[in-house]
Each structure stands twice: as C-alpha cells, then as structure tokens.
Design a protein around this ligand. Structure first.
Ligand code: F6P
Length: 413
C-alpha cells in the first residue's frame, strides 16, 4: 500500500434488506479483515443497517468472542439486524445525511461497508455522493447480497446459490412425496423473487436428477391464466402428476400481480409484500381440473436455510466482504464488489469492483433467451449458469442435534 492511500479511522458494517443464509458470511469477511487491519482503529456493526447509524446504535465488534464471530459463516439471517429504510436524495433532503456525517465524525468513521441488495446499494451510493460533496474522506463500499440474484453487473449475488440449492432440494423431495399414491396430484410451489425469476428457475436443477418441475413460470414474461391451466391439464393428462414452480412475482400483461395476497401493504421502499400465489393457483386448478392439488409457498424457508447452504456461496460471500475491506484499504471507494465467472473449463470466480452509481437501482433479470418459447420452462443455458454455484457440501456446526448459530454479545459503543 502506498503512503497516500493510507487512511486511519473506524469502520462501520451495516446489513440491509431481506436476509439470506450467507449474508453473515459476508459480514464476517468484513469484520475479520477489518479487525486485523492496522489502519482500522475500531470496527462497529450498525444495528439495523442505516437506522442504526441514524439512531447512534453501533456495536463494538472487537468485544465479540472470535469463535462466535466465526460461527457467522454458518448463521443465517442478518446478525447485526436489518432494515428497509428508504433514504432521500441528498440533493433534495439532506436531513439524514447530516446526521450520518455527525455520527461518522463522532466515531471518526473512515470506512463504511453496506451489505445488501438493490435498494441498499442505492443507499450506499447516496451516502458516498453526499460525503464526497461535503469533502469528508470516507471509503464507501457495497457488499452484495440478495437471494433474488438481481444486482446489476455481477455474474451472481451472494445468497442466491444457497436459496437456489434449497429450492432445488425441496422440489426433489416434494416430487417424491407427490408420487406416493396411485391417485393423481398437482403440486404448485411458489418461490420468492419479486421481479426476477432466478430463484424459481433454480427449481429446474432438480430436473437434472430426474425429480424436476414439469412447468416453470417466471416474472420476466407475462402470465396468462388460460395458458397455465392448459399446460397443467396437458401434463396431468400425460403423467397423472404435475409439479409447477412459480415465482411470487408473476403478473398479467397489464402489470397486475397474479398473487392476491398483499398481506401487509408495502415496505419502506413501497414494494408490495407478495405471497399466497400457490394457494390461489391451486384453487384455480381445483376448479378447472377437479383433481387433488396442493399449493406450497416456500416463503421464508428458502431465505435462511443455512443447513442446506452452498459451500461455494459461503466462500464467495466471505471473500466479497474481505475484498471490500482490502480494496477500501488500498484506496478504492464508491464501489460494490462483484463476481466475474468463467464456466468454460470448470468454474472460476474472480472478484471485481463495480461503480455503485451503475449498480444502484438496476435489476438484472433472467435473459429472455433462457426461457423456453412456451414460457413454461428454462433452457439448458440456465442450468449451465446455475449448476456450479450450488456445489460444495457443508459440515454445519451442530449442538444437541440442532444447528449451533452465533450468539453475539452486542456490546453498544
Ligand atoms: O430479499 C428479497 C426478497 O426476498 C424478495 O424475494 C421478497 O419478495 C422480499 O424479499 C420479501 O421481503 P420481506 O422480508 O420484507 O417480506
């Protein structure tokens, strides 16, 4: 490191948005690397993301037992606490930004790492812009996370592969269960992903083992109820069984979500909470076909299934946090760590930096050419893309037959 890159001060790591099986592995990558750095004087965890900064609720990571911190590699959900808080445009309303600056000055924060998805990268980008505009030297970094896999630029996002592995595994298990009786059955499995169908597409991996879904519906294309009923009827008549994987975000041509259950309104970003689609489609199938049908909403089960995490995902998540700190120490700022992958001869993943400005608020969807012409399945291109990401099996730390998750003391500064 050259002398002019040296910046001495504290670091904050915050987590934001929906959790995942491996978001804590990324946070651990940041915390461990920052604690080991001679230039980072204190490492603070913001309690509930940017809300924790605004409310001056910072946890001193040096007070944690290193063995408990290491357990973060296998501990799901956001250990520091998350938030869905939409911050204003700094040029329009700088109230929150002034407060953030006040807290940064109070703790001499010179490194800020924000661990999240699209909306979180937007927050991170705005903070970077504001701090630059007032001439406060601070290196700001996005550490990616989203099971939705829709962050711009990067090959894939930490968290996606583990949720994908859980979905493919669950589809295999459900497929076996759905065939036990000599009576027919239709099973509809609803996966998360509001605007991008990556997670639902991952159900196709089960097909590689002979237990995959017959039909897959993604939000990248318009949903047509008549086509859905026709497809299910055709498969059921052929096999006396039909497994459907469907994204919570499927919508009609006019943009309306097929899911009716927007159970608790919208979150801080104005996003509708989806769900209830599997039950709704099951009711339609029952009405139209009159056969036995089950709707299964994977809901939160797919998001924090750390027992079924991908070892590749854990390793890449840890490394993305580590790379963020190393890059910040080397003088970079205003970036998000991302992945560039080569699948030509095996699988190789390289860590690269993307401008936060470019990443913020762009959603990366499943390419339309990876969706079959009938809009009811995905092509082998998707399988080639996704298969290497879910590999790697784990030995999960256990206690009394149950997973042993990290227990943080959460000592506030
Ligand atoms: O984190 C992304 C996501 O998992 C979406 O797929 C899903 O629609 C949403 O979060 C649910 O969010 P919440 O936890 O706020 O209900």
């Amino acid at each position: 490191m050259t002398n002019e890159n040296i910046l001495i001060g504290s670091a904050i790591i915050g987590q934001s948005g929906g959790p995942s099986s491996v978001i804590n592995a990324s946070a651990y990558g940041v915390i461990k690397t920052a604690l080991e750095s001679e230039y980072i004087t204190n490492v603070y965890g913001a309690n509930h993301g940017i809300k924790g900064v605004l409310d001056d609720r910072l946890m001193d990571m040096s007070k944690e037992d290193p063995a408990e911190l290491e357990l973060l590699l296998h501990t799901p959900s956001s250990a520091l606490g998350s938030c869905r808080y939409k911050i204003a445009e700094p040029e329009k309303d700088d109230t929150d930004f002034k407060r953030i600056l006040e807290i940064f000055k109070k703790y001499n924060v010179r490194y800020f790492f924000y661990n999240g998805g699209n909306d979180s990268m937007d927050t991170c980008n705005k903070i970077n812009r504001y701090l630059k505009s007032v001439g406060y030297e601070c290196r700001v970094f996005g550490v990616p996370k989203t099971i939705d896999n829709d962050l711009f630029g990067t090959d894939h996002c930490p968290g996606f592969a583990s949720a994908a592995k859980y979905i493919a595994t669950s589809v295999m298990e459900v497929s076996r269960d759905s065939q036990v009786y000599n009576t027919g059955m239709v099973t509809i499995i609803e996966c998360m992903g509001r605007h991008a169908g990556w997670l639902t597409a991952a159900a196709a991996l089960a097909g590689e083992k002979g237990d995959g879904p017959d039909l897959i519906y993604l939000p990248e294309v318009d949903f047509v109820m008549e086509d859905f009923v026709r497809d299910v009827k055709r498969v059921y008549n052929e096999k006396h069984n039909c497994i459907v994987a469907v994204s919570e975000g499927v919508h009609y041509a006019d943009g309306r979500f097929v899911s009716e259950a927007k159970t608790s309104g919208t979150d801080g970003f104005g996003h509708a909470q989806l769900g209830g689609l599997a039950a709704r489609l099951a009711a339609v199938v029952k009405e139209e076909l009159g056969v036995k049908v089950r709707g299964i909403e994977l809901s939160l089960l797919q998001r924090c299934a750390a027992h079924c995490a991908s070892a590749t995902d854990i390793e890449e998540s840890f490394n993305s946090g580590k790379t963020a700190v190393e890059s910040a120490l080397a003088g970079e700022s205003g970036k998000m760590v991302g992945f560039r992958c080569d699948r030509t001869d095996g699988y190789r993943c390289e860590y690269v930096l993307f401008d936060l400005e470019k990443v913020a608020n762009f959603e990366q969807k499943v390419p339309l050419e990876w969706i079959t012409e009938d809009h009811a399945h995905v092509t082998d291109d998707f399988i080639r893309y996704c298969a290497p990401l879910i590999r790697g099996d784990l030995v999960v730390p256990m206690e009394d037959g149950l997973p042993r998750f990290a227990k943080l003391k959460k000592v506030f500064a």
